[in-house]
Design a protein around this ligand. Structure first.
Ligand code: GDP
Length: 305
């Protein structure tokens, strides 16, 4: 059965399909086929290092290798699981031991899908029976606050917001405070992505951390980077930047459904020591799936192994 994650990889799968068709059982792929595969993999944004390794693995396979596609699948899985990419971590826990809210901060560049992902996470946690509160710390964009308020209304989740242009760290403080005093299980904070310089960004995120910690010891518990899967390798460079500065604990790969560059999860696994927690599979509130390495690889390669 193809799940939402598999379906969302349709465009990426289509990009790989022709090269994959040339890899047939009980035949060692010839050089042309391997070159076409390497090109297709790079086009799907698995990154040059991973593409080369996957193709080399097939090139060095025994002549009588019965199933080069199985070999490819195993090598992809190995790339995903040897890093922390496939780890799902403590994201689904039932509140924290001392009863305080779990604080999750979403960071990422403008338009990557933070607000939408906050709403989707909210819906997910509510479905699990946990209470949720949103903090609209993207004070740069009035539309972001409104967007979150619309989701809040729909989900019946309170939203803590200040005036546009206000101090994001103050919103974080107030949200954590309100979350704690009202005894909510999960506080989800949407931040702004439009910061002009790296120093600016670093200072802003550090301030947000301090604000959360002032109210709730040990917060934030999670800082997840929301990465737009359609941006492929460029997104990865952004991710490295955030990784250096933002104390990330995980990543959400949004817009996988709209991307033909969905191979980027392999590239993430190769270059960032960061678990992919969820993938965005559409614009709807339920279009968020936990990252599952096997479903992902099967989604890339198609079912007919
Ligand atoms: P933000 O600026 O980072 O908060 O980004 P938004 O949450 O406003 O998202 C920007 C656009 O991407 C919106 O039009 C969303 O509907 C869309 N979007 C977000 N996540 C997904 C996804 O997983 N799939 C698709 N197809 N669109 C998404």
């Amino acid at each position: 059965m193809v799940g939402a994650l598999g379906r969302s990889l349709g465009r990426t799968r289509a990009r790989l399909a022709e090269a994959l068709r040339r890899i047939v059982p009980s035949h060692k792929p010839d050089e042309d086929t391997l070159e076409a595969l390497e090109e297709a993999l790079i086009g799907a944004d698995v990154g040059p290092t991973v593409a080369l390794r996957l193709v080399e693995n097939l090139r060095r396979a025994p002549v009588d290798d019965e199933s080069p596609r199985q070999r490819l699948r195993a090598a992809m899985l190995e790339t995903l699981t040897r890093s922390t990419a496939a780890g799902n971590g403590p994201t689904e826990r039932d509140g924290l031991p001392d009863g305080r809210p779990q604080v999750i901060v979403l960071v990422g560049v403008n338009g990557s899908g933070k607000t939408t992902s906050a709403a989707k996470l909210g819906a997910r946690y509510i479905a699990q029976g946990r209470s949720v509160m949103f903090g609209a710390a993207d004070t740069f964009r009035a539309a972001a606050v409104e967007q979150l308020e619309v989701w809040g209304e729909r989900l019946d989740v309170p939203v803590i917001a200040h005036q546009p242009g206000g101090d994001p760290a103050a919103v974080v403080y107030d949200t954590c405070e309100a979350g704690r005093s009202r005894g909510v299980d999960v506080v989800l904070i949407d931040t702004a992505g439009r910061l002009h310089t790296k120093d600016n960004l670093m200072a802003e995120l550090a301030k947000i951390h301090r604000s959360a910690a002032k109210v709730i010891e040990g917060a934030p518990d999670e800082v997840w980077l929301v990465l737009d899967a359609t941006t492929g390798q460029n997104g990865l460079r952004q991710a490295e930047e955030f990784l250096r500065h933002a104390g990330l604990t995980g990543l959400i790969l949004a817009k996988l459904d709209g991307s033909a560059k969905g191979g980027v999860a392999l590239s993430i696994a190769e270059t960032l020591d960061l678990p992919i927690r969820f993938v965005g599979t559409g614009e709807g509130i339920d279009d968020l799936a936990p990252f599952d390495a096997e479903a992902y690889v099967d989604g890339l390669l198609g079912a007919d192994q």
